[in-house]
Design a protein around this ligand. Structure first.
Ligand SMILES: NC(=O)c1ccc[n+]([C@@H]2O[C@H](COP(=O)([O-])OP(=O)(O)OC[C@H]3O[C@@H](n4cnc5c(N)ncnc54)[C@H](OP(=O)(O)O)[C@@H]3O)[C@@H](O)[C@H]2O)c1
Length: 263
């Protein structure tokens, strides 16, 4: 049976990868620094949990024992992201290569190398580590998750105000749909030609419309304030570089996700 190691498998995306892989009958090991309590939403029954740190490398080599495929769903939400994503990728791929792991799959972001946003630069460096490793590698570049888009438009939600950036659209994808793409890449018989696939959700929608939808779903009037998004980050989004309309892999719409997440 194929054994998958999900690095960051207690996180939002990682736990969905663990659940998807188990559903397909794979053997799943989850790597993180902290183990989830059994009652926690991060706990996926049937997965094996190991403690390791991809930065310090404590426990890392042991975690690779008997692993066929590594899926990297690591993240760090603070300034530590460079260490976790970039140094962590280097340590993770080195340990995997040393253990004879067959394939590595990295979760990344659509056209991440076309933005100068600091976090995107770190993700680009992380991709480069994977491309330069001796492992058979697939990079899965996903569009923004439904959760992220909802969070962005709701930063002033407590005041009943929902925000949108002028001229920006999203192609939000659900986390479970993204997890399907990652597990496809982990077990698929063929590698994509350039070692990379991009996946988006089923619809491209203006940010104003997404903001209205979130506002209404939270019982408000759906009042939306549209603001300019300046600079190179603004250009990245206004030029639609975050979109992959020809790669609408996800099936769960933003509206369906809103009903499920608020209902
Ligand atoms: N949000 C989006 O719209 C979007 C879109 C496309 C791609 N992505 C990508 O999806 C990936 C996953 O994001 P997420 O939001 O699911 O992450 P998350 O919920 O923050 O989870 C991060 C995971 O990494 C683990 N981790 C962090 N530091 C570690 C370390 N030093 N050693 C071992 N494990 C460590 C965490 O567990 P511990 O803290 O217990 O170690 C946790 O399991 C990111 O790379 C992101 O760029 C996100």
């Amino acid at each position: 049976m194929t054994r998958i190691l999900v690095a960051g498998g207690t996180g939002l995306a990682g736990r969905a990868v663990a659940a998807e892989a188990l559903e397909r009958g794979l053997d799943v090991r989850v790597l993180s620094r902290h183990q989830p309590a059994r009652q926690s939403p991060a706990f996926v029954p049937g997965a094996e949990y190991v403690t390791a740190d991809v930065v310090s490398t404590a426990g890392l080599q042991q975690a690779m024992d008997g692993v066929d495929v590594v899926v990297d769903a690591l993240d760090a939400k603070t300034g530590k992201s460079r260490q976790t994503l970039s140094t962590g990728a280097h340590n993770l791929t080195s340990a995997a290569a040393h253990a004879g792991v067959r394939r590595a799959v990295l979760l990344s972001i659509v056209n991440v190398d076309q933005s100068r946003l600091g976090y995107y630069r770190v993700k680009t460096a992380q991709e480069q580590v994977y491309r330069g490793s001796s492992l058979e590698t697939v990079i899965v570049r996903a569009a923004q998750f439904h959760n992220l888009v909802a969070m962005m438009v709701s930063v002033a939600g407590r005041a009943g105000l929902y925000l949108a950036a002028r001229g920006v659209s999203f192609q939000p994808i659900s986390v479970p749909d993204t997890a399907r793409a990652l597990v496809d890449a982990a077990v698929g018989p063929q590698l994509p030609d350039d070692g990379m696939i991009s996946v988006g959700g089923p619809e491209v929608l203006p940010m104003e419309q997404l903001a209205h939808a979130v506002g209404y779903s939270r019982g408000g009037t759906g009042r939306v304030l549209t603001l300019p998004l300046p600079g190179s980050v603004g250009r990245y989004f206004q030029q639609g570089r975050n979109l992959v309309p020809g790669r609408a892999y996800g099936t769960e719409t933003f509206a369906q996700w809103l009903v499920d997440s608020t209902g």
